[in-house]
Design a protein around this ligand. Sequence first.
Ligand code: NAD
Ligand code: TDX
Length: 352
Amino acid sequence: MKQRKILVTGGAGFIGSNFVHTILEENQDVTVTVVDKLTYAGNLKNLDKWKGDPRFEFIKLDITDKSEVFSKLQNIEVNEIAHFAAESHVDRSILGPEEFVKTNLMGSFYMLELARKLYSQNGLRVFLHVSTDEVFGSLGEDGAFTEKTPYAPNSPYSASKAGSDHLVRAYFHTYGLPVITTNCSNNYGPFHFPEKLIPLMILNCLQGKPLPVYGTGENIRDWLFVKDHCLAIDLVMRDGKFGETYNIGTRNEKNNLDIVHKICELMDEKNPKGAPHKKLIQFVKDRPGHDFRYAIDPSKIENELGWKPKYKFEEAIEQTVDWFLENRSWWEEILSGEYNKYYESQYKELKS
Ligand code: NAD
Ligand code: TDX
């Protein structure tokens, strides 16, 4: 394989920054160019480690601005694209769907148009589109999503991701672009933005704040450690088949209340002055259209690409809690800014 020169969109966000760490830590002979708008969820601190490294470059860019995308990137020397940039929070998509349609659909469209140009100029090797299991909708008590499950998105977020998945597919069939899509389940780990369930519960425990559980807490998610996800994406970029999709998950279903209890137990051990943290649990209004259950069947990536996760849930969730305990300044800065206003108004609404 030629030297890999990877363009990573959304590389200052949660999964994108973990992917940059994985790629640069695991490979010497690779360069990474991150493009990111630095929205509320993007944070250059996530990439501090690579400042000044000749293998790393950062370009501030809004993927919904077509002229900016083309003026800044059409002559760039990259041979792979990993497309993570998106609006990612379901609750925010319910409050304001427009940004989701713009970034997830139009932004992905412009990235595909750019990829088409780079492909015709110098033969782009792969365009990897990072998507979600939420495009498949909600499961009942049984079964799991396979690559053949029909699409049935229920939130503006998942509908915008589904739309982008279809565009990616069309660019393979119509233009022969070497695309691959991955659909994964809920990630957790370092650099997770505090609005999402796991970091929110860890940080509220640390601050002695209520732990808001939507509805009955019985909804089920299939939790994937972000480092396993990033290794899987790298594998798919190297060995995956163009035009195909791969589901990524680790058969790790848990209901939300079990997740919250697990975090409370870990916090009782590591932050004994707040124990028992489970006294902070508060049942609040349910999310509108709340999908009941997600579960991934990862047989295809296991059987065809030989993928195996490295981490077990028990060790990875503890590593995650430790990361938040050891990186106080990272989250304190986020909690002291604009995000706090969003959280407080969201929480007020959930209790009303
Ligand atoms: P995130 O919200 O933490 O990060 C998104 C990043 O994209 C941020 O750095 C943000 O600044 C950037 N971005 C947003 N709009 C942009 C724009 N217009 N132009 C350029 N950059 C922009 O999200 P995440 O959790 O890291 O998710 C990454 C990808 O993985 C998304 O495509 C998401 O749909 C998908 N995904 C996430 C999960 C999960 O559990 N977090 C699960 C499945 C799939
Ligand atoms: O305060 C909360 N209380 C609560 O009960 C929050 C923030 C969430 N929840 C519930 C809702 C969900 O059932 O926890 C579950 C997980 O919620 P989120 O962390 O918001 O994740 P989810 O909506 O499942 O979506 C995530 O996984 C799939 C990512 O945010 C998406 O980007 C990804 O595609």
